[in-house]
Design a protein around this ligand. Structure first.
Ligand code: WTA
Length: 656
């Protein structure tokens, strides 16, 4: 390890398993004084106004900072702003055009990486914005993006925001059907996709899936990035090559003046029903939160190389690979491929080669790499690292300590950032310059926000008691503004539990010492599988569509690497035989309907499911059967005897 790089950023409390920032980190941090919390709490709206004004360029300042008309909030009312201008133009105008904006690392090690400066990114985004315009995309039109992790993904997002055309990014591993549902709901006019991408050394086709996905939608034009050179079918009049359109595109494109509350993007996420919901994010508030949280949580400075490993198909990819870093004129790194390709040291090799300073990933990846053995990170000089981040699910103590010691060399703070697609940016974490860093504890409220742990009646719980995590007013600027075309679902999911007073996160949590919050897990039927959000209902719907299936119930089962995996209890139709082949067939059927990341780990064939008298499946029991937990009261069931049979099938041992 090179000593001049390897600073000691944290110190351990001598008594407890708690770390605090070192004096050196306090000095280097944007914020290191606890008083920031008090200051922000006194007037949260003024706090956010201050940072919106200092951190972003507005075409016109807002006339009113915040409005709450339950359950709808607005921020920076009548303010005018453009996202792409704030990510690009202003940095170039300030003479920072030479700075590296994006480092792109392709999966095949023999391919050249791309290092793109702010000036170059600015040029490409303007050109592509003109491409979209030339295809008739106007302000307010929705654009679908179905791309792998290649520079064009960011270019497309920024070009959309430049012309005020909201994007709706769909994870490239999602199935054609998942794409189709999202394109339909968003009423997308254009789809941007690629011929394919590289995954574990193989070229995978994407265009066929895209073709299937646009069928029956309002998509009039499809733009195709050439990435693999795979032979693809181009539909005359509808499909266009990205590179050909770019050749003819005009160089300059003025950014559209957008209202602060204009739609910036839709992002579909899983809820408790089979249908994904289009989470609405608007412009001014989202950008403010993306800007400030990226800057403070990762303590981003000019010499940082920020690597968030999330795919753009997820909110983390939106806020912390794209908007947040660019708003801060930072250098962001994205990687195209699998984390263990060609070998288990790929991530560490990238960290070493590009002097990555901030590494932000999900616990599932940390666990997978930990399992792979210490010899892989040990081969590399990781002394450039300054901050480690985690997101997406609770992280267990062992993974946390491994991350701290083996990756961070015991020198770097771990910021465990809690947030959701709905919150736009992270809201609970420990700030690097303040701490504390405690395994399994996310941390404190980001300044200007407040979360509480409540019981069912809405009483604030004491430290240590588990309850529902809620956000208190004023609600953070980056919060969702609704569920697209479904205000009832918005109201019901987030606001009905506490009468429009608090935002219900659907997470369980408890307060711990040092004013921190420890996240329990979801209280609803949403799973976090390998850091990816997945609803049990979506998987059930997919299984139930298999012709041999009568009914099914999906529950999460704890998994060593992925955190949770879906397990399906399934009843077959009369005359169908349960067998290993049938199990395989149903699992692969789910892969086709939803995509490979949604496949159940196994199917348990049963004759009956435990149901309440009103016919509701008791998933709680199904879950406890897999974890040998207390089954609880089963007397209210319509068919309590079914549980005995299930105990046998699952090999239930009971607690202890
Ligand atoms: C979970 C991801 C524990 C939580 C940004 C939340 C976490 C859901 C953490 C949202 C964390 C996210 N600790 N749990 N640090 N971060 N979660 O919408 O259950 O994909 O409700 O957003 O992930 O998942 P989503």
């Amino acid at each position: 390890m090179s000593d001049e790089k390897a600073h000691k950023w944290i110190v351990k409390d001598p008594e407890e398993e708690i770390w605090w920032p070192s004096e050196e980190l306090k000095k280097a941090a944007w914020v290191s004084d606890e008083s920031i919390y008090e200051e922000a709490r006194e007037d949260p709206v003024a706090f956010w106004e201050k940072h919106a004004e200092e951190g972003l360029d507005w075409v016109e300042k807002w006339s009113k900072p915040y409005d709450w008309d339950p359950p709808f909030m607005k921020w920076f009312l009548n303010g005018k702003i453009n996202a792409s201008y704030n990510c690009l133009d202003r940095h170039v105008k300030e003479g920072r055009g030479d700075k590296t904006a994006l480092i792109w690392v392709p999966e095949p090690t023999e391919h050249d990486p791309q290092v793109i400066s702010y000036e170059e990114l600015y040029e490409k985004v303007q050109k592509f914005a003109n491409v979209l315009k030339s295809l008739g995309v106007e302000k307010g039109d929705k654009v679908g993006i179905y791309l792998p992790m290649i520079p064009e993904a960011h270019i497309a997002m920024l070009a959309c925001s430049r012309i005020g055309a909201p994007h709706s990014v769909v994870f490239s591993a999602f199935s054609p059907e998942s794409l189709n549902v999202r394109l339909q709901d968003a009423e997308a006019k254009v789809l941007i996709t690629a011929d394919g991408y590289y995954r574990r050394g193989k070229k995978l086709d994407l265009k066929d899936d895209a073709d299937e996905g646009v069928e029956g939608t309002g998509v009039e034009n499809v733009i195709v990035v050439k990435r693999t050179g795979l032979d693809v079918n181009m539909v005359e009049g509808r499909d266009h090559w990205w590179h050909e359109l770019m050749e003819d595109a005009e160089a300059e494109c003025e950014p559209e003046v957008m209202d602060s509350e204009d739609l910036l993007f839709l992002l579909y996420t899983s809820g408790t029903t089979g249908k994904p919901k289009g989470v609405i994010h608007t412009t001014g508030g989202y950008l403010t939160q993306a800007y400030l949280t990226t800057k403070w949580v990762f303590n981003l400075h000019d010499d940082d190389v920020h690597w968030c490993t999330a795919d753009i198909g997820w909110i983390t990819g939106h806020t912390y690979t794209c908007y947040g870093p660019y708003l801060n004129c930072a250098t962001t790194l994205i990687y195209e491929g699998a984390p263990d390709y060609p070998e288990l040291n790929r991530m560490w090799q990238i960290v070493e080669k590009y002097d990555v300073t901030v590494f932000y990933t999900a616990p599932t990846l940390i666990r997978a790499l930990k399992k792979g053995g210490d010899e892989w990170p040990e081969k590399h000089d990781l002394s450039s690292l300054r901050i480690l981040g985690t997101v997406g699910e609770p992280i267990d103590r062992e993974a946390w300590l491994w991350y701290l010691n083996k990756i961070g060399g015991g020198r770097c703070p771990i910021v465990d950032t809690w947030w959701q697609t709905e919150t736009g940016g992270t809201l609970i974490m420990s700030l690097p310059g303040i701490g504390p860093f405690i395994p399994t504890v996310a941390g404190r409220n980001f300044p200007g926000t407040q979360h509480e742990v409540l019981d069912k009646e809405g009483n604030v719980l004491e430290e240590g008691e588990e309850g529902a995590l809620v956000q208190m007013p004023p609600f953070a600027p980056g919060m969702l503004r609704g569920v697209y075309k479904n205000p009832e679902r918005y109201e019901k999911t987030y606001w009905s539990r506490y009468d429009d007073k608090y935002y219900f996160t659907s997470d369980a949590a408890r307060k711990t010492k040092h004013n921190c919050i420890r996240i329990g897990g979801r209280m609803d039927d949403v799973m976090q599988v390998a850091g990816h959000r997945l609803s049990t209902a979506e998987v059930e719907d997919a299984i139930n569509r298999h012709e041999a299936v009568l009914e099914s119930a999906v529950v999460p089962e704890p998994h060593e690497i992925k955190g949770e995996v879906p397990v399906a209890y399934t009843i077959l139709r009369k005359g169908e035989e349960s067998s290993e082949d049938m199990e395989k067939e149903i699992i692969s059927h789910v892969g086709e309907v939803l995509g490979p990341t949604s496949k159940p780990a196994r199917i348990i064939f049963v004759d009956e499911l435990p149901k309440t008298r009103s016919g509701k499946i008791m998933r709680r029991i199904l879950r406890s059967l897999l974890t040998d937990e207390e089954l609880g009261d089963i007397t209210t069931l319509k068919n309590p005897e079914s549980v005995k049979t299930l105990e046998k099938i699952t090999g239930y041992k009971g607690p202890g």
